[in-house]
Ligand binder design. Structure first.
Ligand code: SF4
Length: 370
C-alpha cells in the first residue's frame, strides 16, 4: 500500500497540486451530515487534494480594472474543472489498483434536514464532506482564523478536493495548529465586508481531530456572501452604475447567508422592463454576463481572507512559495466612496458622469403635497 500512496503523491505533484491522507478514524467526531462513511460506508482512507490559485489571478481586482479572472481562474473553473482533473486521474489510479475511489464534489452541507431520508436508518440526502476539515485531518494544511485553508507551500491560495477509498493508506501527520495561521488578524482588518471577526467579537468555532483542537473565527457568512457576490459598494464597482445609491451597510448587516444568496443571485440573474432611468433589462449587466458564461459569479477578490493572508505569509516567509518580484498589494489600494458621498453618481472613475445613471433622490413622490 506504500507503493500506491507514493504513486498517488507523485501524480498529485506532477499534475500541479498536492495531497494528504487521513485514516477514517480521524473522522470519529464528524457529525452525521459530514461523515465520509455516510457517502461510502467501506471508506478506510480519506485523501485531500489541493490545487493552487495562481497569484496573478487577483491582479486585475487589485488594480481595480479586471474582474473576470477571479470567477474563472481563482474560483469556479478551478473548483469545477482544473482541480477535479487531479481528483479524476487519482481516482482512476486507485481503481486501477483494485480499490474503489469516490471523488467528492467539494461543497459544504449547508441545508441539513432539507429532505427526508430515502429509507429508515439512513441520513437525509444532501450531506457532504467539509473539504477544509478533511484537508486538516489529512495533514495537508491548517484552517486559518478566516476559515480559509492555508497550505504550507501556497498559503491561502488553494482550492480543495476529496477522494474516499477503501484502500488502507498510511495517514500523514496532522500539521500542528498555529504553524500556518499566526493570528495576525490582517484578514479581519482587510475584509471589505467586515465578515471576519476580531478575537472576542464572537465565540470561535472549535473541533477536535485526533486529539488536536482546531479553532477558527466564526465568519459572518451573510456579510461574506453579500460582498463575495457583489452587493457591497466597497468591493464592487458594478453596482455603482447599476444600482446607484444602494448602500446595504454590509459591515453591520445581520442578514443570514441564505437571504444573502437569495438577494445576490436574484439580482444577478433577474430582468426588469427597461426605462429612461435604466435603459437595460438586466439588473447588473456584468453579473448577468458572467453568470451566463460560468453559472457562478464572484466579485470581492478575497481581499482579506486570501490576499491579506497571502501578503502576510509571503512577507514573513511562513510558506514555501515566496520571493515574487511583485508585491500582493503593489501600489496604493483603490477605495470607492459610499454612495452618499459619490460625486460621480455611480461610476468609479468619474470621467463620464453624464452617461451613467444617478439615483432618483425624489423616488416614490407624486409631487409636492397640496
Ligand atoms: S491573515 Fe492568515 S495568518 Fe493572519 S489571522 Fe488571518 S488566516 Fe491567520
Amino acid at each position: 500500500m506504500k507503493d500506491l500512496k507514493e504513486k498517488l503523491k507523485k501524480m498529485a505533484v506532477e499534475l500541479g497540486g498536492d495531497m494528504g491522507i487521513a485514516n477514517i478514524e480521524r473522522f470519529d467526531n464528524a457529525p452525521e451530515r459530514m461523515h465520509p462513511k455516510n457517502i461510502f460506508p467501506e471508506c478506510k482512507s480519506v485523501i485531500s487534494i489541493v490545487a493552487p490559485i495562481p497569484r496573478g489571478t487577483y491582479r486585475g481586482i487589485t488594480e481595480g480594472t479586471h474582474w473576470s479572472n477571479y470567477t474563472y481562474y481563482s474560483y469556479n473553473r478551478l473548483n469545477t474543472l482544473f482541480r477535479p482533473l487531479i481528483n479524476y486521474d487519482m481516482s482512476c489510479l486507485i481503481e486501477d489498483s483494485g480499490y474503489e475511489a469516490v471523488p467528492v464534489q467539494p461543497g459544504v452541507p449547508e441545508r441539513p434536514g432539507a429532505r427526508e431520508p430515502v429509507a429508515p436508518g439512513r441520513p437525509a440526502p444532501g450531506l457532504n464532506i467539509n473539504v477544509r476539515i478533511a484537508g486538516v485531518a489529512c495533514g495537508l494544511g491548517e484552517i486559518g482564523w478566516s476559515k480559509v485553508f492555508i497550505h504550507p507551500k501556497w498559503g491561502p491560495r488553494v482550492r480543495l478536493g476529496t477522494i474516499l477509498t477503501d484502500a488502507e493508506l498510511e495517514p500523514d501527520p496532522i500539521i500542528k495548529p498555529g504553524t500556518l495561521c499566526k493570528r495576525c488578524m490582517k484578514c479581519a482588518k482587510k475584509c471589505p465586508g467586515g465578515a471576519i471577526p476580531m478575537p472576542g467579537d464572537r465565540d470561535p468555532i472549535r473541533i477536535e481531530i485526533d486529539g488536536e483542537t482546531i479553532e477558527w473565527g466564526d465568519v459572518h457568512m451573510g456579510r461574506c456572501t453579500l460582498t463575495h457576490h457583489g452587493l457591497n459598494y466597497e468591493a464592487s464597482p458594478f453596482m455603482k452604475k447599476a444600482l446607484p445609491g444602494v448602500d446595504l451597510n454590509v459591515r453591520e448587516s445581520e442578514m443570514s447567508e441564505e437571504i444573502a444568496y437569495r438577494m445576490t443571485y436574484t439580482l444577478a440573474g433577474g430582468r426588469w422592463t427597461p426605462s429612461d432611468e435604466m435603459p437595460t433589462d438586466t439588473i447588473i449587466p456584468f453579473y448577468k454576463q458572467i453568470m451566463e458564461h460560468v453559472g457562478y459569479f464572484a466579485v470581492c477578490g478575497a481581499k482579506g481572507c486570501i490576499r491579506a493572508c497571502a501578503d502576510f505569509q509571503e512577507r514573513t516567509k511562513n510558506i514555501e512559495q515566496t520571493g515574487f518580484k511583485t508585491k500582493i498589494f503593489e501600489r496604493e489600494e483603490w477605495k470607492l466612496p459610499p454612495p452618499k458621498d459619490d460625486e460621480t453618481g455611480g461610476i468609479a472613475e468619474g470621467k463620464f458622469p453624464e452617461k451613467y445613471n444617478r439615483p432618483d433622490t425624489a423616488a416614490g413622490r407624486f409631487g409636492e403635497p397640496v
